[in-house]
Design a protein. Structure first.
Length: 392
């Protein structure tokens, strides 16, 4: 069968934990448990003496057909660093639990073992990459897999890089010192054929490339040919109908509060509603009219607002775990509120009143998946709950 099939069969047969001595203090041994895809499931600290009578510390895969991946080497280094200086078994175990929770949130799919002799990185051809759309802070790319990669790939990765000096001069990657801005997993798994790169900087050159990845990262294709794109300036993006917005930074509840406070409905949309005559309003029209009424009342009470300031305040609010009370104090630890912070407090009160009018007022005080007074989405709640279960 294929290498991927051999990998899955070998994974189903491998159930023994990995024993890594010499990483932890107090002569403790790291017992690493792996899942069906050789991904990390759990890690424990056990006394070497208690293991001596049960299994050899030179424990290896009995078939000799498995070898450690680069992720396993990184895990070894991480375990050694997090446990360094611990003075007893309990302290080591507490640190390992914290480290495990972090690993499972960000690296839970990476295998620690692979079939010995598996194809090396780049043994399969990379996809053919195209640049479709470019704005001031986002760009959309697409690709076409080559050969049999389309049938074998589990997902695709897209990496974007730019010059270290932040210069605006284009050129091939071998001629420019590049730094990675991130390697992103495209949504859609094996069927993914496009990806939107967000949070790019205006008027800068970016180097983009893509590759395919096999099941359990058992193989990685070569990178595609590198495509060079230059983001538009903010003025050029507005002229082409692609203005820069804060949508990619905010969750839906924050975006709704932002649009209510700052406005943003096009004039054509308002004209269309006024020309609707005597037609009965839909539920969507009622929601829009209510948001417009809240916006007008806030504008009359507080005056105009700078959208950039509103965006910053919404993002800063995520750190206010004490709800609206802590958010409105603007960092002050006591009841005293200096006059110099009056304008900021008024702008924050505007956001709080908008959120209370749009959502359940209790949400501004706190909720089970709390991340500030304006962040309360079902997606955020389910994501945090899943992370909690993975780290439990």
């Amino acid at each position: 069968g294929s290498v991927a099939e051999q990998f899955l069969v070998m994974a189903s047969r491998h159930s023994a934990p990995l024993l890594w001595p010499g990483l932890l203090p107090q002569q403790l041994v790291a017992v690493v448990k792996v899942g069906p895809q050789f991904q990390l499931v759990d890690v424990e600290a056990v006394s070497a003496l208690s293991l001596a009578s049960e299994v050899s510390l030179d424990h290896k895969d009995e078939t000799g057909s498995l070898e450690e991946t680069a992720a396993a080497a990184e895990l070894r280094r991480g375990l050694a660093r997090c446990a360094a200086g611990a003075t007893d078994l309990n302290a080591v175990r507490v640190r390992l639990r914290r480290f495990l929770a972090v690993w499972l949130r960000s690296r839970h799919t990476q295998p620690l073992l692979r079939t010995r002799g598996a194809p090396a990185v780049g043994s399969r051809p990379g996809p053919r990459l195209f640049v479709d759309e470019v704005g001031s802070n986002a760009a959309e790319v697409s690709w076409v897999p080559l050969g049999s990669v389309a049938e074998e790939a589990a997902f695709y990765e897209v990496e974007v890089r730019c010059g270290r000096d932040g210069g605006g001069v284009g050129g091939r990657s071998e001629d420019v010192k590049l730094q990675s801005l991130g390697c992103f997993r495209a949504e859609g798994g094996s069927a993914a054929r496009r990806h939107v790169l967000r949070r790019l900087q205006p008027s800068r050159w970016h180097h983009v490339r893509a590759r395919a990845v096999g099941p359990g990262r058992s193989w990685v294709s070569a990178w595609s040919s590198e495509e060079l794109l230059r983001t538009l300036s903010r003025e050029a993006a507005r002229a082409r109908g692609r203005p820069m917005t804060a949508d990619s930074f905010l969750v839906p509840s924050e975006r709704k509060v932002f649009s209510t406070v700052c406005g943003g409905r096009p004039d054509s949309e308002v004209d269309g509603e006024e020309s609707a005559g005597l037609q009965l309003p839909t539920a969507e029209n009622i929601v829009q009219l209510r948001a417009q009424l809240i916006e007008e009342e806030l504008h009359n009470a507080f005056g105009p607002v700078d959208p950039q300031i509103a965006t910053k305040e919404l993002l800063d609010a995520r750190l206010c775990r004490g709800g609206k009370a802590g958010f409105l104090r603007c960092g002050a630890r006591h009841s005293a509120r200096p006059a110099s912070g009056l304008e900021q407090r008024m702008q924050r009160m505007r956001l709080v009143l908008a959120a209370e009018a749009l959502y359940d007022p209790a949400y501004v005080e706190g909720n089970p998946w709390f991340m500030g007074p304006f962040y309360y989405e079902e997606v955020g709640r389910s994501t945090l709950e899943a992370a909690g279960r993975g780290g439990a």
